[in-house]
Design a protein around this ligand. Structure first.
Ligand SMILES: NC(=O)c1ccc[n+]([C@@H]2O[C@H](COP(=O)([O-])OP(=O)(O)OC[C@H]3O[C@@H](n4cnc5c(N)ncnc54)[C@H](OP(=O)(O)O)[C@@H]3O)[C@@H](O)[C@H]2O)c1
Length: 340
């Protein structure tokens, strides 16, 4: 016997990848429901070699469903996730709504799988922000060996992190640069994104950082270790899919770059591609559709006592969202629900 799974936001970027990944990883599904807003009622989405017709989230009854993978944004999550949880269906949520609630586990399965048992507090599990997920997969094995004191990270985040509309904006603006009569207002992002970079993701906080940057700080503490200090600069770049991060790490103990490379090679979810030659590193276009978080450019930072630099690239729609959610579903199945 398998699971009855609802994918909520099935017409969106993340929901689409959730359906793909559930099929690719042969998740034991007895029944699957694809849900979106009423305007998408009947829209066809793929699930492996099957086609599903999208149902209306507003009228869906979650009673009898095992898990709901939510990818609809905070507003809709606020309305519908409690309904699903109340009906006995475990919610795995991609929005930021529940991530900082101390009662709700925030999980990256390679890092803090033991938190899964806290699902029963509210029948809700939170999935981290895309830029945090890939970073903590890389930080955890290094922290276990040499204790991380401080992380300085700069991100290069693709437009798909801003949903379908973000991808459309890059496409339309790029065309408009070549064809000025095709006059597209740059209204999805705060500045032109085509052939540009924007140091602003999510809203500004009182201290001058952005919410995206704050999320990386708060989520790394909750998932890995509250003692780790993080300072982040998050930047939107004109890449369709795949987030990149330049990460500088300061450890308590010395960690040699060769040992760090060996540790990362053995770590779950990581692929090291690190040759000191032309092209001997990973770029975002190469990570699209992959499960791994790729690490390149591992090198000592000799300007501080115990410092290391690395380059981290991953498919934000996968490890940053849909894959992590499916891995949580697998973990919940394996450790708790035990069907399939
Ligand atoms: N993209 C990423 O890298 C990423 C990473 C981590 C987390 N997330 C989070 O994942 C969530 C989804 O992101 P996305 O990139 O997939 O967005 P998206 O491409 O814009 O898709 C949004 C989905 O939500 C549905 N939806 C929105 N409002 C709804 C409502 N009131 N009722 C029912 N369905 C509704 C949409 O359905 P319709 O098509 O019917 O409008 C669509 O299926 C967001 O919370 C986002 O912050 C995204």
């Amino acid at each position: 016997m398998g699971y009855r799974i609802a994918v909520v936001g099935a017409t969106g970027n993340v929901g689409h990848e959730m359906l793909n990944i559930l099929a690719e990883r042969a998740f034991p599904v007895d029944e699957i429901a694809a849900l979106a807003s009423r305007k998408s009622l009947g829209t066809e989405v793929s699930f492996g070699d099957r086609t599903l017709k999208t149902k209306d989230l507003d009228t869906f009854d979650f009673a009898g469903w095992d898990m709901a993978l939510f990818a609809v944004g905070s507003e809709a999550t606020k309305t519908y996730a409690p309904k699903a949880a109340k009906a006995g269906c475990v919610v795995i949520d991609n929005s930021s709504l529940y991530r900082y609630d101390s009662q709700i586990p925030l999980i990256v399965p390679e890092v803090n799988p033991e938190a899964i048992h806290d699902y029963k507090n509210k029948m809700i599990i939170a999935n981290p922000n895309c830029s945090t997920a890939q970073m903590v997969v890389a930080l955890k094995p290094l922290h276990d060996r040499a204790r991380i004191k401080r992380v300085v990270v700069s991100t290069y985040q693709s437009v798909s992190g801003a949903g379908k509309d973000g991808m459309d904006a890059l496409w339309d603006e790029t065309k408009a640069v070549y064809n000025p009569t095709d006059n597209t207002p740059a209204d999805k992002f705060t500045k032109q994104i085509a052939f540009n970079v924007i140091p602003h993701i999510d809203v500004f906080m009182d201290d001058g950082s952005t919410k995206e940057e704050w999320k990386m700080v708060a989520e790394t503490k909750k998932i890995v270790d509250t003692s780790i200090k993080v300072t982040a600069t998050c930047v939107r770049v004109p890449v369709f899919v795949g987030h990149s991060e330049a990460i500088n790490i300061e450890f308590e103990d010395f960690l040699d770059e060769d040992e760090a490379r060996d540790i990362l090679r053995e770590a779950p979810g990581i692929m090291v591609i690190d040759k000191r030659e032309d092209g001997g590193y990973v770029t975002p276009v190469e990570c699209v559709g992959d499960f791994a978080t790729f690490i390149s450019r591992i090198r000592q930072d000799s300007t501080i006592e115990n410092g290391l630099n690395l380059w981290c690239v991953s498919d934000n729609l996968r490890k940053g969202a849909a894959l992590n959610a499916v891995q949580i579903a697998e973990l919940l199945g394996r450790e708790v629900l035990k069907k399939g």
